[in-house]
Write a protein that binds this ligand. Structure first.
Ligand SMILES: NC(=O)c1ccc[n+]([C@@H]2O[C@H](COP(=O)([O-])OP(=O)(O)OC[C@H]3O[C@@H](n4cnc5c(N)ncnc54)[C@H](O)[C@@H]3O)[C@@H](O)[C@H]2O)c1
Length: 300
């Protein structure tokens, strides 16, 4: 995309982390900002701040896991601003633990937000953008979906999150290819961050009552402690990651990485696949972490 001012961005998970930082950049670039989030208080605070930057803002409370709510978001966006140029399907939640210990509610919650949230965003907004492109040869659009490095590798003790993020990578790569078949006016990207300090480790704050968590198992408590530590130690800021997103949209780049050095693990995984060898020990480079995790899980 080359032009931002006067155009519209729809950003999910806009109340915190990458979504809030992306809203700040969109506002500074002169865009109207549709800020969507499930957490009303965070959304209200964020919307006031972004309006303060001079942007026209439509704050919209939405649970992205719910098809009808994302459809309502699409209708509200059209009514206020018309078809968006940038759609950032970014809302997501984290959950861990040994993969057989996740409850049905855990699966429904994480897959609902991380995968179906993105699927609903794609399903609702892409046709609106295609219609705008058809009407106006000068229209440019771009869809960015947030996956994770967990969408490209499979670290243990966080299977449910890995599954959701691999699916977002698959959805995004297919979206890119499908768009190329029908238009040159709309691009697509996938954001694959590594550990960055945000609210992601406190995702349970927005877990709906009907999918409430049961008493956490030992592996889930260990997973929470490990991700608190890894995310807390992240050196890159959410603002820098949001800037990478806009840089990629500027340049029509598909894969957006926060920590390119982590791609060596992706390479190892892909070599495992093509050489049909068993999955490499993910802790080969840092055996003390693997040993600590095994000891903690096996302790009685
Ligand atoms: N921070 C990291 O280290 C990291 C790494 C890889 C991927 N990610 C991904 O980045 C994305 C953004 O997360 P973040 O790190 O900024 O965390 P965050 O918790 O700071 O922000 C996520 C936002 O999504 C909102 N949200 C949660 N459930 C929702 C729902 N059902 N409907 C609408 N909004 C909902 C939250 O209220 C919050 O404002 C997520 O998809 C996450 O999986 C984060």
């Amino acid at each position: 995309m080359k032009t931002y001012a006067g155009r519209t961005a729809v950003i999910t998970g806009a109340g915190s982390g990458f979504g809030l930082e992306a809203s700040r950049i969109a506002a500074r670039r002169g865009m109207n900002v549709v800020m969507a989030d499930v957490q009303q208080d965070a959304l209200d605070r964020a919307a006031v701040e972004i309006e303060g930057l001079g942007a026209k803002v439509l704050p919209f409370r939405v649970d992205v896991a719910k098809a009808a709510e994302v459809e309502a978001l699409g209708a509200a966006t059209m009514a206020r601003f018309g078809a968006p140029s940038l759609v950032f399907n970014n809302a997501g939640v984290g959950a861990g633990g040994l993969v057989w210990e996740n409850t049905l509610a855990d699966w429904e919650w994480v897959i609902g937000v991380n995968l179906m949230g993105v699927a609903h965003g794609v399903r609702v907004f892409t046709p609106l953008m295609l219609a705008a492109a058809e009407k106006d040869a000068a229209y440019e659009g771009h869809i960015v979906n947030t996956a994770s490095m967990a969408g490209l590798i499979n670290a243990p003790n966080m299977g449910i999150y890995n599954v959701s993020k691999h699916a977002v990578v698959a959805l995004s790569e297919t979206l890119y290819q499908d768009l190329r078949l029908v238009t040159d006016q709309i691009g697509a990207s996938v954001l694959c961050p590594f550990f960055v300090p945000t609210g992601i480790t406190q995702s349970q704050r927005n877990r709906p009552g009907e999918l409430a968590a049961s008493q956490p198992t030992k592996s889930q408590l260990i997973g929470q402690a490990m991700s608190d530590r890894a995310v807390g130690r992240g050196k890159l800021t959410a603002a820098e990651v949001a800037q990478f997103v806009f840089d990629a949209v500027d340049e029509d780049r598909f894969y957006i990485y926060s920590h390119p050095h982590a791609l060596s693990s992706v390479q190892t995984r892909l070599e495992d696949i093509v050489q049909a060898r068993n999955p490499t020990d993910p802790f080969a480079a840092k055996p003390e972490i693997g040993a600590e995790l095994k000891a903690a899980l096996r302790a009685r």
